[in-house]
Design a protein. Structure first.
Length: 304
C-alpha cells in the first residue's frame, strides 16, 4: 500500500538530517494508522500472554491489534491455534468474547460454526457445500516458549505456518512453571505511539515503580520486564488512532504473593500525568531515536 505523505515526510526529513517536524495527521489520520497496521503491528513477534491462560481444552482468548483480531484457542494440550478472528463468509468475528471455554467457534452473523482448529463444520443455509474440510479459518504462526504465547501476524496460511526463530534473551526457562499473579488492562485515549513511548521509557511501572533487572523486547508492541525472579509482560494494543490499551501480566513463582494494589495506582497516576503532557505538547515525547525506529519499520514499504 502507498504510504501517506505525512509518513513519507518523516523519512525525507531524517534523510535531510534536519529537524523532524511531523504533521498532525501522524497521530489522528486513519490512512496513517492503516499503514502502521500493515507494516508495523504485524511484525514478529507479539507476546500475547502466559501459557496458563490456555490451561484446559477449549480455553480461548482474543487479542486485538488495530483492525486485526486473533483467537488463541486450545484444542488439546499439544494443539494450540492462533486463528484469524473473521468468518469465511462475511468476515464477521467468530469470537466476540474476551475469553472463555467452548467446544466450537460460532459466527453470530450468519450462523457458521467452526471446530477449534478452524475447520468449517456447519455453513448454515449453504447445503451446496458438502465438502467442508477444505474451508478453514487462516492460522497465524505461533509458538509457546518459556511460558510465553507468541504470535507472528506476518505469517498466515490455511495450515499453521512453521514458526520462525525468536530471541528471548534473559527470559528464564522457569517462566513456563510460573503463575500469573495479576492481569490488568489499561485504556487510554492516546495514539499508540504515545503509549509505546510511555511504557517503553518506564518499564519499572510494571513492578509498581521498582527498578527492573532487565527488559527483553519482543517485536514492536510487547516486552517482558524481569526483576528478582518475577516477570511482567507488557503488550500495547492499538485500537484506533486515538485509542490504545496496554495489558500488564505479572508472572511469578507459583507460591509468590499477589502484587500490592499500590502498583496499579502508580500506573494510573503516571497515565494521568502523562496525559496532561501529551495535551500540552503532542509531539514533545518523540525524539529523533523514535523517528529513526519508526521510519526503519516503514521504509521497506516505501521502497516497494
Amino acid at each position: 500500500m502507498e504510504l501517506p505523505d505525512s509518513i513519507k515526510a518523516i523519512g525525507e526529513q531524517l534523510a535531510a538530517g534536519g529537524e523532524v517536524t511531523p504533521a498532525p495527521e501522524l497521530l489522528d489520520a486513519y490512512p496513517v494508522f492503516a499503514a502502521e497496521v500493515a507494516h508495523i503491528f504485524a511484525r514478529p513477534w507479539l507476546a500475547v500472554d502466559h501459557m496458563s491462560r490456555l490451561a484446559a481444552d477449549g480455553d480461548f482468548f482474543r487479542a486485538d491489534i488495530g483492525s486485526r483480531s486473533v483467537v488463541l484457542v486450545r484444542e488439546a494440550e499439544d494443539r494450540i491455534h492462533a486463528l484469524r478472528n473473521a468468518c469465511l463468509h462475511a468476515g464477521y468475528r467468530v469470537c466476540e468474547e474476551e475469553s472463555g471455554r467452548a467446544d466450537h467457534l460460532f459466527c453470530q452473523y450468519h450462523g457458521w460454526s467452526y471446530a477449534l482448529d478452524g475447520r468449517l463444520t456447519d455453513p448454515w443455509l449453504r447445503p451446496d457445500l458438502p465438502d467442508r474440510s477444505r474451508f478453514r479459518l487462516p492460522h497465524y504462526a505461533m509458538q509457546i516458549s518459556r511460558g510465553l504465547i507468541l504470535v507472528d501476524m506476518s505469517a498466515v496460511a490455511p495450515e499453521p505456518p512453521p514458526p520462525g526463530p525468536v530471541e528471548l534473551g534473559a527470559i528464564p526457562e522457569a517462566l513456563a512453571d510460573g503463575a500469573v499473579s495479576s492481569r490488568k488492562r489499561y485504556s487510554t485515549t492516546w495514539n499508540w505511539k504515545h503509549l509505546r513511548q510511555f511504557v517503553w521509557a518506564s518499564p519499572e511501572l510494571a513492578f509498581g515503580g521498582a527498578e527492573c533487572d532487565e527488559v527483553v523486547e519482543l517485536g514492536p508492541l510487547s516486552f517482558v520486564a524481569l526483576r528478582n525472579g518475577e516477570a511482567a509482560l507488557v503488550r500495547v494494543a492499538p485500537r484506533f488512532p486515538g485509542h490504545s490499551d496496554f495489558e500488564l501480566v505479572r508472572i511469578g513463582p507459583p507460591d509468590a504473593p499477589a502484587p500490592a494494589a499500590n502498583g496499579a495506582d502508580a500506573i494510573d497516576e503516571a497515565l494521568r500525568q502523562h496525559a496532561d503532557r501529551i495535551a500540552a505538547a503532542p509531539f514533545a515525547g518523540f525524539d529523533r531515536a523514535f523517528y529513526d525506529w519508526y521510519w526503519s519499520l516503514l521504509a521497506p514499504a516505501q521502497a516497494q
